[in-house]
Design a protein around this ligand. Sequence first.
Ligand code: HEM
Length: 303
Amino acid sequence: MALQADFSSQAYFRNPAAEIEKLRAAGPVVEVRFPIVGTVWTTTTQDLADLVLKDSETFTLRKDDGVVAGFRWWMPGLLRTLANNMLSMDEPDHRRLRDIVDEAFRRRAVLEMEPRILALGRELAAELFAAGSPADLIDQYARKLPLSVICELLGLPLADRPKFSAWASGFTRFTGALGFLSVIPNILAMKRYMQRHLEAVRQDGGEGLIAELVRAEKEGGRISGDEIVAMVFLLLFAGHETTTHLISGSVYELVKNPGLRNWLAEDWSHAETAVEEFLRFISPVQFTKRAISARISSLPASG
Ligand code: HEM
């Protein structure tokens, strides 16, 4: 029987480690029920996670008919288009798409953005402090900073940032199928916006990663129009939702632990170590996407 851990409860979000410990105690491969995704088997050890993630002969992200594993019958076709991103693609399509954007994420390219990211961070922090107490860290800072950075990286107008913010924040607050379907109008509005923006870039040229994607589309069709839309959605979400939660989770830990806060405040050169540790400790992403296998019996039995 599937373990009834509630991955959308307050209890889980407040202490994911405790719930994950229960999964570990149940065995190396455990059947669990996720909201929206349904019943799946999850690995609870590093070795098994490595095995599932690296053995692309045994585990694939898509079924033989090309549909993404875990795609539910009630999900609208619009999501099928958006799921056509590299995160849910097996090789060689994953590599084809990844190669187009890899350059933008190299260390050098990211370091070049550092002064601009620092300036944005300072500007938002100044606004946050100027507004006084109580302050909404998520709305005023943790969501705005990564969203601004990813908009700049993509070459999307900063003036449209509040629009993305409103669309995007609705996407992450649902925990069931009904809530999931209620955000479809937002996704549709965003998709239409992207298509219009892409058309303008195709006609008049543009800046940032979107202009590079359009170049790749023109140069022998290395990426299709639908794949560009899916890629931009992926980058917009992967690039900001994760970082929003890393920032807010880190601040929460610092507020709870004055000793830790003093350690950081006394010597700012600790910041790099702090971010590394927060990344491990807070883990904005705790589970990966679904994979399927025709040879599932090769895994150890559930405990
Ligand atoms: C705290 C920050 C972040 C965390 C914890 C995080 C975590 C992850 C994880 C765990 C994956 C693998 C997901 C899977 O295969 O199931 C992933 C993939 C990805 N992330 Fe992030 N991420 C973060 C920030 C970012 C940012 C800032 C960007 C873009 C600007 C980004 C873009 C991507 C992309 C494009 C993929 C898919 C890569 C591929 O399929 O080759 N992420 N991220």
